[in-house]
Design a protein around this ligand. Sequence first.
Ligand code: SF4
Ligand code: MG
Length: 313
Amino acid sequence: QVVLEAKHVTRKFQVAKDVYLTANNDINLKFYKGKTLGLVGESGCGKSTFMKFLVSLDTPTKGEILYRGEDITKLKGEKLRLHRQNIQMVFQDPNSSFSPKMKIKEIICEPLLNFKRIKRSEVDQTAKNYLRLVELPEDLINRYPHSLSGGQKQRVAIARALSLEPEVIIFDEATSALDVSVQKNIVDLIKKLQKENNITIGFICHDIALIADIADYVAVMYLGNIVETLPGDKLSTDAKHPYTKALIDSIFDIGMDFSQKIQSIDSEIPSPLDIPAGCPFCDRCDKVMDICKKERPTEKTISQGHDIACHLF
Ligand code: SF4
Ligand code: MG
């Protein structure tokens, strides 16, 4: 069952007179009920630009975002306000979304108070319930965010996102700033909460190993284009796009991150301002053919749940 769907989503930013930067180029993605869609790509590839459409923080230049069949890019006023309960977001840096002057219980219960789902007198008990849900001690309710660790703060952010019982939660690099062991605990918690509450998740991350672990489906983004989509458990064995393969190979090169790895295939990342006319990856691809420079490859389905945009297929 498709809960959320992006159709032909394009976002251009005007950077000078008659000069446009294409941050998202004709993106088509589906989010299935209770499943995790992982979106992976290098920083600056347009992942966050895209995720902002899902939580109504920006609208695309072209295309639709359908939530249960309704185009949410057209919602305004009270309708938009009410819709926001359905799709919540957890950011990389909780400090940017937490007020330092608010106690943990106020941070967790703020959305519930805004939507009048609880009374002031219920704040303490409600906050305790949510802290238990994210496996934090109840006595944190009266503390301030600065006294919590990074991992604890992300648990509070998750508690707050859960409080409105959203159907969808978007995690934007939500574990990227954490130590590896803390990251693993948070990922396990997210998986557990997802199972218990049948939540649909969008998990965006630059770390392809983590994406392979958490995502049911993985979409690979390069310069604002989705170049390959496939099941998470097939990522290491079945990925076929030259860019996806370069990302995967980079995991095994200890001490080399994947942008270095790809730069070692070829020169520089092209700027989004002069994305090649044909395949966005043609300047860096070691399999490049004549047609790649002239024609943008369209997405083709090569097996169940596996789509690829590359002239080799
Ligand atoms: Fe490489 Fe051509 Fe495929 Fe692009 S379309 S990834 S340039 S082979
Ligand atoms: Mg980002």
